[in-house]
Design a protein around this ligand. Sequence first.
Ligand code: FAD
Length: 226
Amino acid sequence: MLVAIGRQPNSDDIGLENTRVQIDKRGFVQVDDRQRTADDRILAIGDVVGGMMLAHKAMYEGKIAAEVITGGPAAFDARAIPAVVYTDPQIAWAGLLENAAKQQGRDVRVARFPWGASGRALTMGAAEGLTKMVFEPGSERILGAGIVGRDAGEMIAEAVLAIEMGAVAADLDLSIHAHPTLSETEEEAAAAFLGHSTHILPRGDSGVAVYTWLLSACSSQWLTQL
Ligand SMILES: Cc1cc2nc3c(=O)[nH]c(=O)nc-3n(C[C@H](O)[C@H](O)[C@H](O)COP(=O)(O)OP(=O)(O)OC[C@H]3O[C@@H](n4cnc5c(N)ncnc54)[C@H](O)[C@@H]3O)c2cc1C
């Protein structure tokens, strides 16, 4: 069952009219990147300030507010906030997604690694999964990731770290991932972007090396999904 009634800020009966705090039309408290409201006695964090209404976003903002209150230089500058839908299979994403990039008219390249080509996914009966990554064409920087499949919510952490650190495709590709693990699908997605994934054939194949393991272990099913 999917409950999708939405959420709204509970800011209308807490006396904000007696402060200089600004709220928008929907009731969200307006803050700057240091969680400060227009009233210098009051900082705000979490759902009531809008944005992604998630617990880890609220906690991140709480730490910023605490540091700001104690005179520290903290500000909200996260490049990626992960979101996870705890369904079966799980859906997780972070950073810039393909649709958002299209809406922004931003030139991106998307690399996909279908889990049907992952030995670990096959042994777990999780071959329906997909790891997708969004890259900036020139710099080859990873901008976003979307993962559908078993434990996607755990796996998105690697993508978040890569986005935060400004990693490029080669950083993921050249980081050795344990075999057999689902995390290899992130390495392989980066390799697919670079045109040399071990377990999938690149589009417009020209002189592609096909690995022995690939031929022996995989059915042709996933080859047709690319
Ligand atoms: C069904 C559901 C599932 C969710 N699942 C996830 C999830 O899987 N992962 C995730 O990251 N996020 C999830 N969220 C979102 C997450 O719960 C919120 O983003 C997070 O709790 C926001 O923290 P907060 O401190 O801003 O607000 P809250 O956690 O709502 O805390 C606000 C507190 O203020 C109190 N309060 C309200 N009015 C007053 C008042 N007048 N005086 C004193 N106290 C008051 C409330 O009682 C409450 O304790 C889910 C939310 C819902 C509703």
